[in-house]
Design a protein around this ligand. Structure first.
Ligand code: SF4
Length: 443
C-alpha cells in the first residue's frame, strides 16, 4: 500500500534543512507520496526508514530508459490505471522492426526514415523512436553487420532481438554503450542474458506467456542485479495481450505484485492483427511497441493517437501568448485576436496561411481555454487584451488601430474598444470563414 504524505512525514528527520532540494520536510514528504522524489535525496534518513519508504514511494512502474542522447526515451513511471484519474506520463516508443536477413539498402532506408520523418501537430514534433533488428539469419556476424549499418546511419535507440547471447554479444560491439534494449531473457537463458545486460548497462526484456512465470523471471533477474526490465507477455492474440496487460497494470499500480512493476513490450508483428495492435497497444499500457514500418497514413494516425492519449487531460495544450506573424505582414496588415488554446491557434493559423493575406495573430493567455469557454469564464476580457497590446508592442507594429476579434467574443467588443481605444471588428465564429471575411471586410 502506498503511504500518505503525513505517514511519510512522520518517518522523516524533520530538520527542515533543505538539503533534499525542498524547503521543508513536509514538502519533501508530499513529493515522495506522489512518486516525484527519491528517498536518497535526504542524507539524514536512517537505513531502516529508507528501506521502508523506498518500497512504498518509488513509482509503481519502474522508469526504464532506452538509448542515449537526443533520441533516447523513457518508458514506465506511470501511476494510474485510467488516464482521467491523473495523466499518463511516458508515451510508448514506436519501433520499426527489421531483420538482419534483409539487404543493407532496405535496413538503411528504414533507418533513415525513422531518423528523419516527423509530424508537426499542435506545435509538437512527433517522431518514431527507434529500430528493432532481429537476428533472423542465425549468424552473429550478419547480425553484427546489420547493427553496424544502422549505427553508421543514425543515432537511434535500438532493440536487439535474438535468443542467442553470442549474436547479441557480437552486435553489442557496435552499440554496447548506447543502451539498446536486449530481447529477450527467458527461463532458458536468463543468467547469460542478465550478465550481458549488466556488462553493457543495457535494459533487458524478459519473455514468458505466463504471468506467474514472468513474475518469477523478473525476481530472478533482480536477484542477478538487473533493475531495468521490460515485460514481454509473448501474446499470440491481441485479446490475450489486453487481458494480460490490464491485469499487470492493476497489480503494479496497487503494488499488489511489485515484481510486475515494469514497462510492457508488445511485438505487434507476432499478434493476429498487427494493424489493430498499434492502437490497442497505445491505449492499453504497452510501453515499447515493435511493428513493421507503417504506411504514411497509418503513421499519422498512430502518432496522433499516441499524442492524444499521452497529454494531460486536465491541461489543454497551450501556446505562448505573443504576437505571431503570418507571412511578412506590413504596417497595414490585419491584427487578429485569439486565445492560446493550441487547437484554436493552429486551426486559425492554417486558414490564415491559405488566405495568403499577411497578418498578425495576437495570442492572449486564457490558460488554454477555447474562445467560447474563455468568454464564459471571464478569462478573455478587455484588460487582458489591453495589456497584451501593450506588452507585445502591437501599436508599433501596425499603423492602424483596428482589432479583429473572434465571432464568439462579440459580447466583449464594446468593452475592448473602451479599454484599448482600438476599433473592434467582429470576425467570423468559424476559422474556416476567415479568408472570405478578410477579402470582404478588411480595408
Ligand atoms: S534533507 Fe531531509 S531533513 Fe532536510 S529538509 Fe529534506 S527531508 Fe527534511
Amino acid at each position: 500500500m502506498a503511504l500518505k504524505a503525513l505517514d511519510i512525514y512522520k518517518l522523516l528527520p524533520k530538520k527542515n534543512c533543505k538539503e533534499c532540494g525542498d524547503p521543508t520536510c513536509l514538502t519533501f514528504a508530499m513529493k515522495l507520496a506522489g512518486g516525484k522524489a527519491d528517498v536518497e535525496f535526504c542524507p539524514y534518513l536512517s537505513d531502516e526508514a529508507k528501506s521502508l519508504l523506498g518500497a512504498t514511494t518509488r513509482p509503481p512502474i519502474r522508469l526504464v530508459k532506452i538509448g542515449v542522447g537526443e533520441r533516447s526515451f523513457g518508458v514506465g513511471e506511470e501511476f494510474v490505471f485510467y488516464r482521467h484519474e491523473k495523466t499518463f506520463y511516458h508515451p510508448p516508443g514506436i519501433i520499426f522492426r527489421l531483420k538482419d536477413a534483409q539487404t543493407a539498402e532496405e535496413i538503411i532506408a528504414v533507418t533513415k526514415r525513422v531518423r528523419d520523418e516527423s509530424l508537426i501537430r499542435v506545435g509538437m514534433e512527433l517522431r518514431f523512436n527507434g529500430i528493432a533488428i532481429e537476428n533472423e539469419s542465425g549468424t552473429p556476424e550478419r547480425f553484427a553487420d546489420a547493427v553496424a549499418a544502422i549505427e553508421r546511419t543514425a543515432d537511434l535507440p535500438l532493440v536487439l532481438i535474438s535468443k542467442n547471447p553470442d549474436a547479441l554479444r557480437a552486435a553489442l560491439v557496435h552499440c554496447g554503450t548506447y543502451r539498446p534494449l536486449l530481447h529477450a531473457a527467458t527461463r532458458a537463458n536468463a543468467k547469460e542474458m542478465c550478465a550481458l545486460a549488466k556488462q553493457h548497462g543495457c535494459p533487458l526484456a524478459i519473455r514468458s506467456n505466463g504471468l506467474d512465470e514472468l513474475a518469477q523471471l523478473a525476481k530472478d533477474c533482480c536477484a542477478e542485479g538487473l533493475q531495468d526490465l521490460v515485460l514481454d507477455l509473448a501474446p499470440v492474440t491481441l485479446g490475450d495481450f489486453v487481458t494480460a496487460t490490464t491485469v499487470i497494470r492493476q497489480l503494479a499500480i496497487t503494488r499488489t505484485a511489485p515484481e510486475l512493476g515494469y514497462p510492457i513490450y508488445l511485438d505487434a508483428t507476432l499478434t493476429d492483427q498487427e494493424d489493430a495492435a498499434i492502437a490497442l497497444g497505445i491505449v492499453k499500457y504497452a510501453s515499447v511497441i515493435v511493428l513493421s514500418p507503417l504506411s504514411q497514413a497509418s503513421s499519422k494516425a498512430a502518432l496522433t493517437l499516441r499524442q492524444n492519449v499521452y497529454t494531460d487531460p486536465q491541461k489543454p495544450i497551450q501556446m505562448n501568448p505573443g504576437l505571431y506573424r503570418i507571412g511578412s505582414p506590413g504596417k497595414d496588415a490585419p491584427v487578429l485576436l485569439t486565445v492560446n488554446f493550441s487547437l484554436t491557434f493552429f486551426t486559425l493559423e492554417g486558414y490564415l496561411e491559405s488566405t495568403r493575406v499577411p497578418s498578425f495573430m495576437l495570442i492572449v493567455d486564457t490558460e488554454g481555454l477555447s474562445v467560447l469557454t474563455a468568454v464564459a469564464a471571464g478569462k478573455l476580457n478587455e484588460t487582458l487584451v489591453r495589456d497584451a497590446i501593450k506588452k507585445f508592442d502591437v501599436e508599433n507594429e501596425v499603423s492602424h488601430r483596428k482589432l479583429i476579434i473572434p465571432g464568439y467574443a462579440s459580447p466583449l467588443s464594446g468593452r475592448i474598444e473602451e479599454a484599448t481605444g482600438w476599433k473592434v471588428q467582429v470576425g467570423p465564429r468559424d476559422a474556416a470563414d476567415i479568408g472570405e471575411y478578410l477579402h470582404e471586410e478588411w480595408k
